[in-house]
Write a protein that binds this ligand. Structure first.
Ligand SMILES: [Zn+2]
Length: 164
């Protein structure tokens, strides 16, 4: 090859359509999408309720059964989000928190939205309620939490609704 070699380049696009599976966690997402239920997993040996659900108890290494938890819970730890992905950029600032739902023994990391987001609204010990998208896709973004005292305002917005 001589020194006058020049690579010819063409700009192109690769488009990929694909599916992925939620595997053994599928029931959680299907119940969320179809019935607005939040399912944890209860250990068949020790009775610990895992949220998010697990196929097997991580303490006992035995299978866990599906177990519905409440749509209310308590904030264990939280932070306010200012830098995020394109999917959530229109929501900033919003909060994320580990929420221990009533009936669960472990906490779920999920978004907290507030009409007036200030740190005192999302501090440890504050109670929250789940609010569901009316158009659900079987994804974690099908629901989020709001401060207990804002719940009625949120479920009255046209795009959202409360649980059963
Ligand atoms: Zn167990």
């Amino acid at each position: 090859m001589n020194s006058e070699f020049q690579a010819h380049q063409i700009r192109d696009i690769i488009k990929i359509n694909y599916k992925y599976t939620m595997g053994g966690q599928s029931k959680f997402f299907l119940e969320l999408m179809n019935n607005k239920k939040i399912l944890g997993a209860k250990c068949t040996k020790c009775g610990k309720v895992w949220m998010p659900p697990r196929i097997n108890c991580s303490d006992c290494f035995v299978p866990a059964d599906w177990s519905e938890v409440k749509q209310t819970g308590i904030i264990e730890v939280s932070t306010i989000v200012w830098f995020t992905t394109s999917a959530f950029i229109e929501n900033i600032p919003y909060a994320i928190a580990y929420v221990k739902l009533d009936g669960a023994d472990t906490a779920l990391l999920q978004g907290i939205f507030s009409e007036n987001l200030v740190p005192s609204k999302i501090k440890k010990g504050k109670r929250v309620n789940a609010v569901f998208q009316k158009e659900r896709e079987g994804k974690m973004t099908d629901f989020f939490f709001v401060p207990e005292d804002e719940y009625l305002n949120w479920i009255n917005k046209p795009e959202f609704e409360g649980g059963e």
